[in-house]
Design a protein. Sequence first.
Length: 412
Amino acid sequence: MKRTLSDRLLRSLARPQFTSQEVWDQQLRGFGCRASKRGIVSFFAMRRARGSGKSIRIKVGNFPAMSLSEARDRARDLLLEMQDGIDPRIRKAEEARLEAAKQASTFAAGAETFIARHVVSKRTARSIENLIRRELIPRWGERPLADITRADVVALIDEIVDRGHPEAARQAFAYTRRLFGWAVPRYGLDQAPTDHVSTKDLIGAKSFRRRVLNEREIALLWRATAGSEAAYFGPYARLLLLLGVRRTELGRATWLEFELDAGRWLIPPGRMKSDEPHSVSLAPAAVEILRSLLTSHARGTSYVIGGGPPIHYSRAKRQLDAAMTAVNGGKAIPRWTWHDLRRTFRTGLSGLKIPPHVCELAIAHGKQGLNRIYDQHEYDAELRHASAAWAQRIMDIVGSLPDKVVPLHGAR
């Protein structure tokens, strides 16, 4: 049946009927509507595509959700496509495929895949993932990977430097370069936007920290970490000072790694920067601290520090700084970091005349050059001696702190 479709006619069809009906529009050839017995009215467009012997019928929409004028306009576009030999169904499927491919190749999708497949197995996985989610995905998430340019990378690094965080900018560039280096072969990119970009040109030469805690500061730290008020950060800070390990190596240590009776801690390769296991000699002072943490509730796989979630490094440091300032008569000491305790440990070993190669092994720096091949001595006795000597030196320093505190002045 052919009639000029109108809103009035469509409303009359949108009621339950004895039979379904099809009405072809007299105004636009190839356009019509179908009314089901339940009164559901749907628009359609139908035409034989050029170059094809088959007619193509495509649903346009439902009345009244789609108005008659909107349906006519949409049908007219579809009919013109079919007249030009295009099957709108194939075109729509191709557009969906291209959109899916585009979404799969956005920076956010690529970054998530990079985190899941590459970052998760790294020792510093947590910090890499946090930086990518904090700095990179919010900025470039919806853009295709291939659209990120060198200028975008430079703008990112400049912005972080301008915030006063050059080391954070250096890290952001390193992780961005690593991500794009991983993505180039997987997403068919011509090149990475980090190619031919130098961190030295962007940020400047890297300045190496040389901060070590002096004897007075070591004594203040030890006093500030005494008592129940320091239960959260005290054992952690003292063990870092005694053992010279990295903060995450201790922060994520579990009881399964320790042999307290033997005075030995074996750090698995997954938490070591070198990806090799590292044996740490535990001086009696360190063992005593560890035993104080070992309660009846401790489990083999639970964390040594805190027992529950890993220690929050920044919060623990803030609490320790406040305690040290209080012990120092309200005067803060010059800024220092957790890693400075590792440098203090290494410098202290040299001050005790420990041979340099033993000092390096004590902080998990592997043997150098041909020594890696020809020197297979384990140096266990030498490392035990170094650990004990440093612990004794700490005790001597701590014992020298007078009861009456003379405040140390902070850096001006």
